[in-house]
Design a protein around this ligand. Structure first.
Ligand SMILES: [Mn+2]
Length: 218
């Protein structure tokens, strides 16, 4: 069965906490779900690279780019950024592990910033319309992000992917964003609180997964 035919499981920010991740995924076998990781698999916790590899290798899965993947790639490319990256949660042992794994680096650089699902749900890392600063078509946004990662524009990527979640409180911005993106709702993470289910705002037009692992509601 193609991933698009499976029900969607959303995984909020993992931040290197593999123990939590495995426990949270137990009720959701990989073969039965189209799993989407919302980004920020790395930093803070001890197993960032392990979480990246797990997300890459889990069947029927996609992983989006979070601000912390950008920070780690930035530190990898530019040693003068390592101190800053450690200050935002970077783990040196993970950086050394990533340095030795070029295929994993390539996979990280190919992560999309957002996805539009067949049911009209937009899925992205942060609950902000900052993505519109790039382009207003999901495929164009992802193309520009890939180009920026290649051309050393990590600062710009970090800034827009670190934008605060505003969709919970700013309905006009939310509606305008959905209209521009041609989507009916948007699911995002970015602020992990390890909730059990997503918080819905504006009649379900904005879904904040808050570090939860949960099926996408109908
Ligand atoms: Mn984040």
């Amino acid at each position: 069965m193609a991933a698009d035919d499976l029900p969607v499981l959303i995984v909020g920010d993992v931040h290197g906490d593999l123990e939590w991740l495995f426990k949270a995924l137990k009720p959701y076998p990989a073969g039965l779900w189209h799993t989407i990781f919302l980004g920020d698999l790395v930093d803070y916790g001890m197993f960032g690279v392990g979480a990246l590899r797990y997300a890459r290798d889990r069947p029927n899965s996609e992983a989006l780019l979070g601000n912390h993947e950008v920070a780690m790639l930035w530190a990898l490319r530019d040693p003068t950024r390592v101190g800053w990256w450690i200050a935002v949660g970077g783990q040196l042992h993970d950086l050394e592990e990533l340095r030795q794994d070029e295929p994993l680096q390539r996979w990280m650089r190919e992560r999309p910033a957002l996805m539009k699902l067949p049911d009209g749900t937009l899925v992205q890392h942060c609950g902000n319309d900052s993505y519109l600063g790039l382009r207003d078509e999901p495929d164009d946004v992802n193309r520009v992000v890939a180009e920026q990662l290649k051309s050393g524009s990590e600062r710009r990527l970090w800034d827009f992917l670190s934008s605060p979640n505003v969709f919970e409180t700013q309905s006009t911005r939310l509606v305008r964003y959905l209209d521009r993106m041609g989507a009916r709702r948007v699911a995002f993470g970015h602020k992990p609180h390890r909730g059990k289910k997503p918080l819905a705002f504006d009649g379900g037009k904005a879904l904040n997964f808050e570090g939860a692992v949960a099926p996408l509601p109908d």
